[in-house]
Design a protein around this ligand. Structure first.
Ligand code: NAD
Length: 241
């Protein structure tokens, strides 16, 4: 699990525990992972292949193998297409897109030894919704969708399933950081909630349950798909309120 020390990743750790799994947490700051004998926290940066290679080897050694990879680590970017400079484009794409490919590449040798291998990538509503002032972030998450499909096609013959979860706005420290910069954080939070037809933010636990489903043998016939956990935001066409 990349980025397993906070928000959606941390909720995934707990949901995997409830399903009986042990979890390796690969994070810039693994100290945020739950303190639990079923958790193996390792400092890793998805932008750094050497740290990922060492971290995955450490998890495989601790647990005797790796069956599931969740590519969850990601960073935010705000603004229209001209708002971010070349260094910001390079950095966000390196973490959000190449980071998924990199973590997958170093984990595949272990997944190939598993009889129940699955990969779940965390994309976003931003990949397909045309959200304003999210050009770079949306491009990065659109690429995660495309990469999910391409990897699913390449790995289906080896019995490795690849899917993604596309959350709407989820109540995590990430959103708290975004709101902290708003003129009126509470009003902004209400607006984010109202944008979703269910009228509330998604919880990290709701995203985590979808991740566990896609990773489990229950989803044995599911590969190359994107599961929206977005309060109906991407699918419903309701009259404006
Ligand atoms: P978060 O900021 O609460 O947690 C992100 C975690 O990733 C942190 O523990 C952080 O240390 C780790 N991380 C960041 N960069 C890393 C790197 N280079 N290497 C390793 N670890 C790194 O965020 P969150 O809201 O839980 O988001 C998790 C994922 O969900 C992200 O990919 C994000 O794009 C996606 N997402 C979030 C929302 C939302 O509204 N919160 C919506 C859609 C998609």
């Amino acid at each position: 699990m990349t980025g397993g020390a906070s928000g959606i990743g941390r909720a995934c750790v707990e949901a995997f525990h409830a399903a009986g799994a042990r979890v390796g947490v690969l994070d810039l700051d693994p100290a945020g992972a739950p303190e639990d004998p079923r958790v193996h926290g390792v400092r890793a940066d998805v932008a750094d292949r050497a740290s990922l290679t060492a971290a995955i080897a450490s998890v495989a050694h601790a647990f005797g193998g790796v069956d599931i990879l969740v590519n969850n680590a990601g960073i935010s970017a705000v603004g229209e297409v001209e708002a971010n400079d070349d260094a910001q484009w390079a950095r966000v794409l390196d973490v959000n897109v190449t980071g998924v490919a990199r973590a997958t590449a170093v984990t595949l040798p272990y997944l190939r030894r598993s009889r129940a291998a699955a990969i779940v990538n965390i994309s976003s509503i931003a990949a397909g919704a045309g959200l304003p002032k999210r050009a770079l972030y949306s491009a990065s998450k659109g690429a995660v969708h495309a990469l999910t499909l391409a990897m699913a096609a390449d790995l289906v013959g080896e019995g490795i399933r690849v899917n993604c979860v596309a959350p709407g706005t989820v109540d995590t420290p990430w959103v708290a950081r975004l709101l902290a910069n708003a003129a009126d954080p509470q009003a902004e939070k209400r607006q984010l909630a109202a944008r979703q037809p269910t009228g509330r933010l998604v919880t990290a636990q709701e995203v985590a349950e979808a991740v566990v489903y896609l990773a489990s043998p229950t989803a044995g016939a599911v590969t190359g798909t994107s599961l929206a956990v977005d309060g109906g935001m991407s699918g419903l066409r309701l009259p404006a309120r």
